[in-house]
Each structure stands twice: as C-alpha cells, then as structure tokens.
Write a protein of this length. Structure first.
Length: 139
C-alpha cells in the first residue's frame, strides 16, 4: 500500500486492520510514478516524496483509491450538496434539486462507495433521465 503522506486518513479501526495484516506492506510518503507491464501489470515505479528515491516494486495488480472526497466541486454553484461535497438526490431516485439533472455513483453515494452500487445508481440515473426526456417529448 502506497500512502502519499506519513499518516493515513482512514478510521483508526481500518488503519489498525491494515497495519496488522502480515501480507500488506505500507510504503509511507510514496507516490506512484508509473504502472509497468505490457499486457498485464508486472511492477509499479514509485518515488518516496521525502527522499526523492525511486524504486520498482513487482506487483500483479494495481488499484487506485485516493481519499473519499467526491469529484463534484465543479457543480457547487448549480446543484445542492451536503457539507462534504456529495450531491444531494431525492431519496429513492437520482434526481437533484435541478430539473433534468441526475446524479449517480461516487458523487452522491457517501455510504457504500462501491463499484457495484455506483453501477446500480448509474442505471437508475439513466432510467430517470430517459423518463424525464420522454415526459418532455424528447426521446
């Protein structure tokens, strides 16, 4: 696990779980420079942002999870959001406070934040948008 700073921001329980897992090595102050491999991931080149030292680490997969802040700031002046920047939707729908604007996935889901729930809410948004367009005679 590569952590860009000298501390994790995850909950204490999650930090303890990671630090106590024998097959997880934490690289502190480390940033990814390049994912290596031709058809499959074979290694990752990282750089320690304190020492400047780079190294290649053999891996067979690479997953990115950078924080839990939704990428919604661009809509701040248009769509209603909560204090953390998640877009508010009408419960049970993907509808926002603006007619014809729908939100799905990680920009509106602060509870589950999983690919499978994002895909499901994406389907909901597509159906809500289709119904909205049909109601306007724009199908």
């Amino acid at each position: 696990m590569f952590v860009r700073k000298d501390a994790m921001r995850a909950s204490k329980v999650m930090q303890d779980r990671v630090l106590k897992t024998s097959n997880i090595r934490v690289y502190w102050n480390t940033e990814t420079e390049e994912v290596l491999g031709d058809k499959h991931v074979t290694a990752v080149r990282v750089k320690n942002n304190q020492s400047g030292q780079s190294q290649e680490i053999p891996v067979s997969g690479f997953f990115v999870a950078i924080g839990h802040e939704p990428n919604s700031a661009i809509f701040r002046d248009w769509i209603e959001m909560d204090e953390a920047g998640y877009i508010k939707t009408i419960p049970g729908t993907s509808k926002t406070n603006r007619e014809g604007i729908f939100a799905a996935g990680d920009v509106q889901d602060k509870i589950y934040r999983q690919a499978v729930t994002a895909a499901g809410s994406g389907c909901m948004a597509a159906l809500d948008a289709e119904r909205y367009l049909s109601s306007k005679g724009l199908h």
